[in-house]
Design a protein around this ligand. Sequence first.
Ligand SMILES: *Cc1c(COP(=O)(O)O)cnc(C)c1O
Length: 463
Amino acid sequence: MKYISTRGRAPSLSFADTVLTGLASDGGLYVPESLPKFSVEEIRGMAGLDYRELAFRIIQPFVGEDLSDEELREIIQRSYKNFRHSAVAPLVQTDTNEWILELFHGPTLAFKDFALQFLGQLFDHLLKKRGERVVVMGATSGDTGSAAIEGCRHCDNIDIFILHPHNRVSEVQRRQMTTVLSDNVFNIALEGNFDDCQNMVKASFADQSFLPDGRRLVAVNSINWARIMAQIVYYFYAAVNLGAPEKTVNFSVPTGNFGDIFAGYLARQMGLPIDQLVIATNANDILHRCISDNDHSPKPLVHSLSPSMDIMVSSNFERLLFDLYDRDGEAVAALLADRSAPMHLKEGALKKAREVFSSHRQDDLRTVEVIREMFESSEYLLDPHTAIGVEAARRQRKSSQQPMVCLSTAHPAKFPEAVARALPTQKIPLPTHMQGLFEREERMRVLPNDLAKVHEFIATALA
Ligand SMILES: *Cc1c(COP(=O)(O)O)cnc(C)c1O
């Protein structure tokens, strides 16, 4: 399988090289040259499979010659062994034909573990084979950092540096990162905001001369193709468990960078019977405006009760644009290059998007109400991101006959502030494996918002 850039001007790469790169050299994102397709018969054959075996069937065609079947099976086994639920991604019914897909049973209590546990194992395997040691550098507003650290902490051929904005992530989120005391894990608390962290990572990728000879940076953010690929699996898993391919199944997805829901779109393109994909956003609503009004202009960032979706521009949307523009890289490059006017999709492209996607924007007030209402009706505790997805599903669903699956992207204990507003007397204990988090030793370095200082810290740590 070959991978090509969404902007049409970068060399095509193998699966392994795609995984070990950041952006394509033309500024685009890598996507597979063609998608594997599953027949109705093949999807029927997925019924009742263990999550890991299903993951193997979905992922194998994307990998090509770069991993043997045995190697891939081994990587998948290791990726999901630290999940605290033997179903890995269990479904819970919350209303008539409404289901929650719980994606928070991984080590850091957010769905990002599905992709980053896998990515860590994949990196380790590919790097050992090549005899190469790399440096992972990433910025986080909370969930990505801890999931990336958990994914890479046991990788012999990786040193990982995660930048978070000092005093601007929740205590649970910070401790999930800083209490990992492995020698190859480095937490930098930057005296700045999330954008400063991200700019510093971008600048470091652009000029890597601060690294010791023979080392290079590798990306773990959601532009990495392997993250999207690993997320396709749970759409198949949920749908097959609810009766696909005989039944059509719909999904509602709390969205930030458009990574998670794009995986659902790919599942549909691969043959899974999905009629509707609902984009659920908070006040940072660029995707909702794009689908409902063809308005794709960036607006200032709003800090919400669902901070993992606080973004101004969704990087993975470019992968969808590539399809909406009939995989014409030149057209995508032209659309994104013209920054003089806000981006407008051409009529045909918007029409195609609307055949699959509908969207909803929700403010914090309503999110708190939804958490309370759901607890009162079903005694089910939602995290604030999931609450947005549930309400979006209820408002946007077209068919009451088809199952609607709401992706639950985080455990409520990870975002206690929103839950406490909704249910002030409700206790939300941390899951067993995380009890003791508040007593564990922390390690991090506070650094000024100064590129040279950060580079000096990294170079010293690697020396
Ligand atoms: C990252 C994250 C999201 C958004 O996911 P995208 O793939 O960026 O759309 C939603 N909810 C939670 C809890 C997250 O950590």
